[in-house]
Write a protein of this length. Structure first.
Length: 132
């Protein structure tokens, strides 16, 4: 498996969703700012990899990991609250949001049954049995 350093999209901070023209423009800028010929050669190899070989570009784009965190120094996101009617106390919470929901197994007595014989079967169901 390739490491993230080997991925040209991540190494040169390229957006995998952009096309060949944007990749060429960004890598040309980096090549002009390069300190030595070896760095220019690495940038040229990345350009060839991403522009001359569509399958390799796709593979690199699929393995690129986009940054999903907020930039350093930004405030954390605000908590989302459910929309509430005008003047409703509790920030939109209602009694049904706090109430425990009944269990189907409790309703048919399955949890209190000591063995499998006490659990009602589908044949005992009046709805499934049909009309008398």
């Amino acid at each position: 498996m390739r490491s993230t350093v080997d991925n040209p999209f991540e190494r040169y901070d390229l957006d995998p969703r952009e096309g060949i023209a944007a990749i060429t423009r960004r890598l040309k800028e980096l090549a002009e700012e390069a300190r030595d010929e070896a760095e220019r050669a690495r940038i040229r190899e990345a350009w060839e990899e991403l522009t001359l070989h569509p399958a390799r570009r796709l593979r690199a784009a699929l393995f690129a990991h986009p940054e999903t965190r907020a930039p350093l120094g930004t405030a954390p996101p605000a908590l989302r609250r459910r929309a509430s009617p005008e003047g409703a106390p509790g920030g939109g919470l209602e009694l049904r949001d706090l109430a425990a929901r009944p269990s189907v197994l409790d309703a048919i007595g399955a949890l209190d049954a000591p063995d499998d014989d006490a659990v009602p079967s589908l044949e005992d169901d009046p709805v499934l049995r049909g009309r008398p």
